[in-house]
Ligand binder design. Sequence first.
Ligand code: NI
Length: 392
Amino acid sequence: MRADIQQAVQKMTEQIVAWRRDFHRHPEIAYQEERTSRVIREFLEREGFEVEPYARTGLRGMMTGNGPGPCIALRADMDALPITEQGDKEYISQNPGAAHSCAHDGHMAIMMGVAKIVADRRSQWSGRVAFLFQPSEEHLPGGAKPMIDEGALEGVDALFGLHLWQSLPTGQVGMVKGPMMAQPDTFDLVIKGRGGHGSMPQQTVDPIVTAAQLIINCQSIVSRNCDPLKPLVVSFGKIAGGDIYNVIPDQVKLMGTVRTFDAAIQELAERRVREIVADTCRTFGATAELEYHRGYPPVVNDPAMIDFAVETLADTLGPERTAWIDPVMGGEDFAYFLQERPGAFMFFGMGDGMEYPHHHPAFDIDERALPEAALFMTSLVLDFLEKRPLDQ
Ligand code: NI
């Protein structure tokens, strides 16, 4: 079947690129993916999938083959980012304030290509295939969790997802066994003191000095509280307070992020942030308003499913395509699916000639990655249904 699949992908390449460019021209941000959802629904129905809505604009397309067997799902995220695209590409965003600057347009186009090829060969495979098109990956709390809560994983045995990845050369596939992406928590903090004249600090409660000490104290969470063999990041991304040389302000605002791969370290970090904020403010007579937001859980790949994917990748594109990479500190709500079912998330390289990173207004992808990714994912589906790795 391999040569046949390769031919089918070749024939579909133009269509896959056209889908991607169409989504790129018409980006929609989290939970506004109305047009996107309509295009995908019409396509899936035309190809004979049973389509059901999930999480407002999300969809699941399910198809049964020629007999009983396991069910494998693939997931693509649908949302664009709330930024205005820059550049002069022919398929530039037609919606000011929205841009597919994270390659989710490519993810959808790849999965549609896979769906078409798999549907055309329905009589040649047994089991079931589900395509999960998920809204709102970029915007917390994300669309994955509500899709799961509404039953999108019912009947699904395993699932895979990929992210097109600018920092890998085109065609290299980044693989990680176990924890792959971090839990990206965030926090907002307001330190409230009492302002006054800079020449009479004794009459004030200085939130700037309090903030300075608090930031230093938070550095000890990583260096003194956390096991040095476990990754943890605590970073402040914003500090704002005061306007002029000689006035001590009433308050200072801070924002920050905490990133981990481990639930116990995450608990520890949140607890220590809360303690240090409260205790440092108390030391200086200030008060604190802290809002701590839990991010997506860490993305943790099933090692057996990575082994399985690496084997398929070697058989389709070649063994040299596997790139064993280090985990990244970014977050991804595919994590929720992997908490429920065995599966894996992978980075598909598309960085050749692409100078702008993900989320940059001039971001673009090397489209040569699209048919390669479609070939790989189609083979993954068909191999899974044939080899049934979960039964072994
Ligand atoms: Ni993304």
